[in-house]
Ligand binder design. Sequence first.
Ligand code: SF4
Length: 192
Amino acid sequence: MTLFTSLLTDVRACTLCAEHLPHGIRPVLQIDPEARVLIAGQAPGRKVHKSGVPFDDASGERLREWMGVTREVFYDAKQIAILPMGFCFPGTGKSGDLPPRRECAPAWRDQLLAQLPRLEVTLVLGQYAQAYHMQGKRSLTDTVRDWRSYSPDLIPLPHPSPRNNIWLSRNPWFETELLPVLRQRVADALES
Ligand code: SF4
């Protein structure tokens, strides 16, 4: 067994924060050492928890459109890795899904990222992933607006959830300026 397969087996058997997961353990991630694009997300929602397929929801539809990739490419682990900040569905609170479990990233993230030697670009979705990958202390809007300063390795994005429709309509530069660059960067990375 390689280091990669043994690590993945350990992640899939993880029970570290089981007592805090009201719907049970089900790590949802996609990774292969060949991947050139990484999607650093938040945590699975209820629908993804049931299907076990990352971004198998309205957020995923929008994200694929932003990236300009088909479902076939999106779900090819040899092209695209998907690592949320918390691998299991954390449950819901008063105002939507709870934050990703804080135990998850310290336990697994650096080890998994070390298994992606061909990575060309990381799409950093939402405030939790931005805090980790960009040591971000700024607001999501400020971080995404300043996307050029993270180029070319990182691209900060809002979460593609329909809950962010108001943010998208208030920030039209995102669609006109950033999305064309995102699509080109993803296409270039996948061709490399
Ligand atoms: S969320 Fe992460 S740390 Fe918690 S049980 Fe799932 S894989 Fe383990």
